[in-house]
Design a protein around this ligand. Structure first.
Ligand SMILES: *Cc1c(COP(=O)(O)O)cnc(C)c1O
Length: 398
């Protein structure tokens, strides 16, 4: 059987076997190297999606892979009833990189959000001795698919079929400080937002907005929760996007690029939020096991030794200039937003056909963010030549 027929048969099988919550592209990726992916028919693809902003170091990085192999042979899992060295090492590095005070490792971004929301509720409960606290979230936000994370996700299409969700969540308009102020009452315990909205279409927080919300939180003893799951881990050009604003959250969530493909997330707390939860308040069986933490530990080490954020700033600026020129040349492009290596181009039409042609005809992996935005979240190790090649492929895909 030819590779083509074999792939076709396996895709048909997938459609019978896997729960159908995704409309997938008809490609089976087999392996990756650097910023390239290879399908089962041997085609090479330039990757500007990084598995949805996950594979920051690209594919098959020798140093990273060796760390996984070593840890796999040593110890995968022990539970959180015991200490494990990789979690201690990864935790220490994550705190150093973020200037936060405590970290809890999770298995995903969604679970990091759950933990962050629990800190906010626990913090207010400790203070007031009662429940009933409210949380302010943002319209067009995305925080994950579990019922708690969905409750703070500002997208009715995702939420409505699963109502009722958590009570006491109110939605403000992103980058509109007055709309946040209008929702604060004596029950509000936290404000949650992405520092740069990802799924919602690549909208960075305005500096005055983020500073204003920080001040509002201080004034009313509310916690500021910043979701850095997509925009964190160097993608903005700072290790965490808020570091570029001079604003520090009380609670922060990370995931995606933290493990470079191994499923790990974390929530981190600082200052008054750091001791809100105690023994018994939260737990996880897998979370922070030695295997995933060895991966995160190596990722954090590589970020430092290879100065990944400096590289992101340099190539991100090049991507910015290239996309500005692209936008100027094509009047179907209506906006260009973002920072570092998280950028979006908004079109005056749905982008699905462009994304599909890029993949299937020009071997370029792109992802969208909403109907009209192409999102550029490549591996952080891409070069300027990769950007040039991407633009060439994008032109052909229009
Ligand atoms: C992806 C994402 C999540 C959810 O993370 P999962 O690992 O898919 O659970 C939450 N918040 C943001 C900003 C994200 O981009």
């Amino acid at each position: 059987m030819s590779a083509y027929e074999d792939t076709k048969r396996n895709i048909e099988k997938a459609e019978r076997v896997l729960y159908k919550t995704y409309n997938r592209f008809p490609v089976i990726f087999d392996h990756g190297n650097g910023v390239f992916l290879y399908d089962t028919e041997g085609n090479e693809y330039l990757d500007f999606g990084a598995g949805i902003a996950v594979c920051g170091l690209g594919y098959n990085d020798p140093e990273y892979t060796a760390a996984l192999e070593t840890q796999a042979a040593r110890l995968l899992h022990v539970s959180n009833l015991f200490y494990n060295q990789p979690a201690i090492d990864a935790g220490e590095k994550l705190l150093a990189a973020s200037q936060m005070d405590r970290v809890f490792f999770t298995n995903s971004g969604t679970e990091a959000i759950e933990g962050a929301l629990k800190i906010a509720k626990r913090y207010a409960y400790n203070r007031d001795g009662r429940g009933g606290h409210e949380i302010i979230a943002m319209e067009h936000s995305f925080h994950g698919r579990s019922l708690g994370a969905l409750s703070v996700t500002g997208n009715d299409h995702y939420r409505d079929p699963f109502a009722p969700l958590l009570p006491g969540i109110r939605f403000a308009r992103f980058n509109d400080l007055d709309s946040v102020k209008a929702l604060v009452n004596e029950n509000t315990c936290a404000v949650i937002m992405e520092t740069i909205q990802g799924e919602g279409g690549i909208y960075p927080a305005a500096e005055e907005f983020l500073k204003g919300v920080r001040a509002l939180c201080d004034e009313h003893d509310m916690l500021l929760i910043l979701d850095e799951i997509q925009c964190g881990m160097g993608r903005s050009g700072d290790m965490f996007a808020w570091q570029g604003y001079g604003v520090k959250p009380d609670v922060m969530t990370v995931a995606k690029a933290l493990g470079n493909g191994v499923p790990i997330g974390a929530f981190l707390a600082s200052g008054r939020a750091a001791a809100a939860m105690g023994p018994g308040d939260h737990g996880t069986t897998y979370g922070g096991n030695p295997f995933v933490c060895a991966a995160a530990d190596k990722v954090l080490e590589i970020f430092r030794t290879r100065e990944i954020t400096a590289h992101v700033r340099k190539v991100g600026a090049y991507l910015w200039t290239s996309l500005e020129k692209f936008a100027a040349d094509h009047n179907c492009v209506t906006d260009h937003r973002g920072r570092g290596l998280i950028q979006g181009l908004e079109f005056n039409c749905p982008v699905a056909p462009i994304v599909s042609r890029a993949l299937l005809e020009n071997q370029l992996v792109l992802i969208s963010a909403g109907a009209n935005v192409i999102r550029f979240v490549p591996p952080l190790v891409i070069t300027e030549e990769d950007v040039d090649w991407m633009i060439e492929k994008l032109e052909k895909s229009l």
